[in-house]
Write a new protein. Structure first.
Length: 273
């Protein structure tokens, strides 16, 4: 387990991770800043406070597992894993370049400490439930967390997995929806509305927790409640801001999948100091 850190230390890491995200996407001249920036506090809470894992023993069989179902937001996962010591911080700016371990989507062939290769949307909850079932059969305390995008949950496989998870009482599985209200082509409400989101998950038999996805204490409380909830899987709806921390990226669909220009990069880095 990484050493427990204070809230102030975690907030410092969050600012650093945001700078790393913006810089690696700028250097790559491509990538997905908006949904990476919205997920920062969730991943920091999981990797530094919640999950049982060991960077020195990444394949520890009883570790907790994390699946970034919205794999295009991999810059946040790469930055947080590097901060934990799984991968080199000084290579983050090789994102999306030939030969880099930091591929455009998470790939276990390049980073073996990943729990899954992801990027084809809609599959993360299914993967998490499979890992959860394996842990149950093995008598392992391992828990599995899967982060989805709100546009991603328009995929039918998400709801097939949701039905399966509730039916089989998968209380060692936690889904997290990064509810930032924007997807590739614009605002979710204009493309295919997913609200009322909490009611949908409740109807599928899941325990639902809605939380401020940028509050580390609130996220830690939510994950503690999920761990204490038995007999049903839990979904944490993390209410977030797309592009959080960079003024011109916040709530701006343009930055779902676009790198900043040189001027935008300089402004972003100033704001993130």
């Amino acid at each position: 387990m990484p050493e427990t850190k204070s809230l102030e230390e975690l907030q410092v890491i969050a600012r650093r991770v945001r700078r790393e995200i913006v810089e690696m996407i700028y250097e790559a001249k491509s990538g997905h800043p908006g949904g990476s920036l919205s997920a920062v506090e969730t991943l920091i809470s999981l990797y530094f406070q919640v999950m049982r894992h060991d960077p020195k023993n990444p394949k520890w069989k009883d570790r907790d597992r994390f699946i970034l179902s919205k794999g295009h937001a991999c810059p946040v996962l790469y930055a947080v894993m590097a901060e934990c010591g799984y991968t080199p911080v000084d290579q983050l700016n090789t994102l999306r370049k030939m030969g880099s371990i930091y591929q455009g989507h998470p790939d276990v062939r390049f980073i073996p400490s990943l729990d899954a290769s992801t990027g084809s949307l809609g599959e993360g909850v299914s993967l998490a439930i499979g890992m959860g079932l394996a842990a149950r059969l093995n008598g392992s305390p391992s828990r599995t967390f899967a982060m989805l995008g709100d546009g991603e949950i328009q995929e039918g496989q998400v709801w097939e997995a949701a039905m399966f998870g509730a039916f089989h009482k998968m209380d060692n599985v936690v889904a997290i929806v990064d509810y930032n209200h924007i997807q590739l082509d614009g605002f979710v409400k204009d493309i295919m509305e997913v609200a009322p989101l909490a009611d949908k998950w409740k109807a599928f038999g899941w325990h639902v927790i809605s939380v401020d996805g940028h509050s580390i204490p609130a996220l830690e409380t939510a994950f503690a409640e999920a761990a204490a909830t038995k007999g049903v899987p839990t979904v944490v709806i993390a209410n977030t801001v797309k592009g959080k921390g960079v003024s011109f990226m916040e709530n701006n669909p343009k930055f779902h999948g676009m790198a900043p220009t040189a001027d935008e990069f300089r402004l972003a880095m100033q704001e993130l100091q």
